[in-house]
Design a protein around this ligand. Structure first.
Ligand SMILES: CC(C)(COP(=O)(O)OP(=O)(O)OC[C@H]1O[C@@H](n2cnc3c(N)ncnc32)[C@H](O)[C@@H]1OP(=O)(O)O)[C@@H](O)C(=O)NCCC(=O)NCCS
Length: 198
């Protein structure tokens, strides 16, 4: 295996969607949980690569994408961009589900209709990120390297701080974030917000 980190290229997009799904159940494969395999990527991955490609980095294994880090330097600006240029088309395509619909698809479609909400607890951490590596790429230091590359790029943009949210069930990722320099900002019912001042 030969891992490389490089900048995003538009041809990575279908693998970004796949990686997002293959790690979408608290770090595990979510393929069986969604009837529409693109939904997770529509919300958690693709718009970042499109609107802020300079903050999207891809890990490749022998040339093939096997992980990514992506995010935004300014969560409020990103939310506005998504409102103008990303969610309208998706809201046409995915109608708001019936309130009795408890499926995972319905949960993401509701998020698409809500938009990217920036919670007040993380307002002092304007940047945010998502990081996902396929299983064969995990545990070999690539996650730490991706965080370094991402943080260095944020510093070039003079971002003051960054945050992320992780599900409480994802114990491995929680340990990872603590190891690579994040501190807990607050706890929600099912997730924890972590932050890093730059
Ligand atoms: C979480 C993730 C990004 C970590 O990346 P990684 O490449 O596996 O982690 P690294 O090898 O760079 O590890 C960095 C440090 O974190 C620790 N760490 C990483 N994963 C860990 C785990 N599951 N349990 C305990 N510690 C862990 C490592 O031991 C290492 O510590 P050290 O430097 O002191 O030795 C990666 O495993 C992943 O993508 N998982 C699936 C998707 C996911 O859960 N994404 C996060 C969603 S919020």
């Amino acid at each position: 295996m030969s891992f490389t980190i490089r900048n995003f290229h538009p041809s990575d997009m279908s693998m970004i969607y796949k990686i997002c799904l293959l790690t979408g159940d608290s770090g595990k494969d979510a393929t069986d949980l969604y009837s529409d395999p693109e939904l997770l990527g529509h919300y958690y991955a693709a718009p970042y690569a499109i609107f802020e490609p300079e903050l999207c980095f891809i890990v490749t294994n022998d040339g093939k994408p096997c992980g990514y880090i992506l995010g935004t330097k300014d969560s409020d600006g990103f939310a506005e961009n998504c409102e103008k240029k990303w969610f309208p088309e998706l809201r046409n395509r995915y109608k708001l589900p019936d309130e009795n619909d408890t499926s995972r698809d319905a949960a993401i479609i509701r998020k698409i209709h809500e938009g990217q909400l920036v919670k007040h607890e993380v307002k002092n951490y304007p940047a945010h990120l998502h990081i996902d590596l396929l299983p064969e790429t995990q545990g070999q230091g690539m996650g730490r390297k991706l965080i370094e590359v991402f943080v260095n790029k944020l510093k070039e943009f003079n971002a003051s701080a960054l945050h992320l949210e992780v599900g409480k069930r994802n114990e491995g990722a929680i340990k990872f974030y603590e190891k690579v320099g994040f501190h807990e900002i607050c706890e929600y019912e099912y997730s924890i917000a972590f932050g890093m001042k730059l």
